[in-house]
Design a protein around this ligand. Structure first.
Ligand code: MN
Length: 425
C-alpha cells in the first residue's frame, strides 16, 4: 500500500463515516462561488463537505515545490493544463494535498485567516465542466448489455455481433453537447418510423439513459504511435460518472449502417468530480476472463479492473418519490480501460489531453443490474414499478435520473458523487 492510500490517514477537516470524500479520495473539479467574484472559475478538491480552493493554495505558494510550481494552473476554467503535466505531477500534487490537510499538520489547521480564503462549504459552490473535452468516444464494453440489445433486435441466435469478442466496439460521439450534472435535458425531436407507415417528425417517445463510467485522458499520444496496452493506464487522469442520454426511437430508425447519430448527440451528462487513478488503486480487482483470447496487442500482462458500485435512482416530478431502479458494478465490463485505449490507438489514432472515453452502458447479469430502460423494461414490454405506484417504460417529462458511484473496502469509501439530469420539454 503506498502512502497516499494509507487507510490510517485522517484529515483535520471533518469527514462523516458515510461521506465518501475522505483524505484518500481527493478528486478534482472546476467550480465557481455562487453569486460572487464574477463567476470566476477555479480548480477545487474536497474533503468531507469542505471544498478546497486549489487556485488560492497555488497563489499562496503551497505548490511551489511540486512539478507545477510557479504556474497558475489551478486558476483556470479547465483542468487541461494540469493534466498535461502528466502522471508524476498528478501524484506529487496529491501528496502535497495530503501533507497540507492531514490531521497533525498545523500550517493550515491552526491558521484561521488562511482557511477563510481557501475553504468553502459545498452549498457556496457551483460546478462546471472540469475539462475542455476535445473528442468523445463511447465504447460498448459490457457483454451483458451487448447481448441484451442483440437479443432484442436480432434474436438469441445472433445476439453478439461476430466482432464483439475480438475487439472493444466503439463509436465517435460529440463533445459539444456534453453537459455538467444538473443541466436540464430537453426532450429531442427528430425522425421516427412508426411500425407500419412512413417516418414522421415527432418528439422522442422512447427517451432513455445509459449508465456509464468515463475516463479522462490526461496525456495523449503522437499521431501514428499506438499506446501499448501495458502503458495505457498511465495516460488516464481519472474516472467520472456519465449518463449517455439516448432517444431509442430516433436511434432505431437512423442507426444503420453508420451507427448512432441524432439519437445520442443531443446531450451527454457528466459528474463534476474526477476521481484519480491513484485514489482508485486500492479498489483494483480481477476482470472477466476472456474467451477467445484477444489478439496480442490487447493482452495485458496484468489484467484487472476496478470495483466501482453503481446505482441509478429515478425521481418523479409530481411527488418527488425516488426509486432505485438499478444496481451494478464497473467490474462486470468485459473490455478493460487498458484494452480500450490500446485498441483506440492501434491504428495510430492520437488521443489528446481532455478526451473523454466512456465505457458504454454497464449492465450486470441480473435484471436489476441493467444500465438502461431499454433493458430494464425489455424494449418497453415490461414496465418498471416505482415506489409511488406508478410505472415507467421510458422517461417522461419531469423525470430526474440520478446516477451514483462509489468504491468501498473495510477501511473507507471513495465516492464519485452523482450525475443528475431532469427531462424537460
Ligand atoms: Mn452509450
Amino acid at each position: 500500500m503506498d502512502e497516499s492510500n494509507d487507510p490510517n490517514l485522517q484529515s483535520f477537516l471533518p469527514v462523516a463515516p458515510t461521506n465518501g470524500f475522505p483524505i484518500q479520495n481527493l478528486p478534482f473539479a472546476i467550480a465557481s462561488r455562487k453569486g460572487c467574484c464574477n463567476d470566476e472559475k477555479f480548480a477545487v478538491t474536497r474533503i468531507g463537505d469542505t471544498i478546497i480552493h486549489l487556485g488560492q493554495l497555488e497563489e499562496l505558494g503551497f505548490f511551489d515545490d511540486t512539478p507545477i510550481g510557479g504556474r497558475s494552473i489551478f486558476s483556470q476554467p479547465y483542468l487541461n493544463d494540469f493534466l498535461e503535466f502528466g502522471n508524476h505531477a498528478w501524484i506529487e500534487v496529491r501528496k502535497k494535498l495530503i501533507e497540507l490537510f492531514k490531521k497533525d499538520n498545523s500550517i493550515l489547521r491552526d491558521h484561521e485567516e488562511l482557511k477563510k480564503s481557501i475553504l468553502f462549504e459545498l452549498h457556496e459552490i457551483e460546478f462546471h465542466l472540469p475539462v475542455r473535452i476535445g473528442d468523445y468516444t463511447d465504447f460498448y464494453s459490457s457483454k451483458q448489455h451487448a447481448t441484451n440489445v442483440g437479443i432484442m433486435f436480432r434474436g438469441k441466435e445472433n445476439a453478439l455481433m461476430p466482432n464483439w469478442l475480438y475487439l472493444p466496439v466503439a463509436y465517435h460521439g460529440r463533445s459539444s453537447s456534453i453537459v455538467i450534472s444538473h443541466t436540464s435535458i430537453k426532450r429531442p425531436y427528430g425522425q421516427i418510423k412508426p411500425q407500419d407507415g412512413a417516418p414522421i417528425y415527432s418528439a422522442s417517445k422512447r427517451l432513455d439513459f445509459e449508465l456509464e463510467v468515463g475516463a479522462i485522458v490526461g496525456i495523449g499520444n503522437p499521431l501514428g504511435q499506438p499506446i501499448p496496452v501495458d502503458d495505457a493506464e498511465n495516460h488516464i487522469f481519472g474516472l467520472m460518472l456519465v449518463n449517455d442520454w439516448s432517444a431509442r426511437d430516433i436511434q432505431q430508425w437512423e442507426y444503420q449502417p453508420l451507427g448512432p447519430f441524432l439519437g445520442k448527440n443531443f446531450a451527454t451528462s457528466i459528474s463534476p468530480w474526477i476521481v484519480t487513478m491513484e485514489a482508485l488503486k486500492p479498489f483494483r480487482c480481477s476482470a472477466p476472463i476472456q474467451e477467445p483470447k484477444p489478439l496480442t496487442y490487447l493482452q495485458e500482462t496484468e489484467r484487472y479492473t476496478y470495483d466501482i458500485q453503481l446505482e441509478i435512482e429515478l425521481q418523479t416530478k409530481d411527488d418527488h418519490t425516488t426509486t432505485q431502479i438499478c444496481s451494478t458494478n464497473f467490474n462486470t465490463l468485459y473490455w478493460t480501460l487498458k484494452q480500450q485505449i490500446a485498441h483506440h490507438t492501434i491504428n495510430g489514432c492520437n488521443l489528446r489531453t481532455g478526451d473523454l472515453l466512456a465505457s458504454g452502458t454497464i449492465s450486470g447479469d441480473h435484471e436489476h443490474s441493467y444500465g438502461s430502460l431499454l433493458e430494464l423494461t425489455w424494449n418497453g414490454k415490461n414496465p418498471i414499478h416505482l415506489n409511488n405506484g406508478k410505472t415507467r417504460t421510458f422517461l417522461e417529462d419531469g423525470d430526474t435520473v440520478i446516477i451514483r458511484g462509489y468504491c468501498q473496502n473495510k477501511d473507507y469509501t471513495i465516492s464519485f458523487g452523482e450525475v443528475v439530469g431532469t427531462i424537460v420539454n
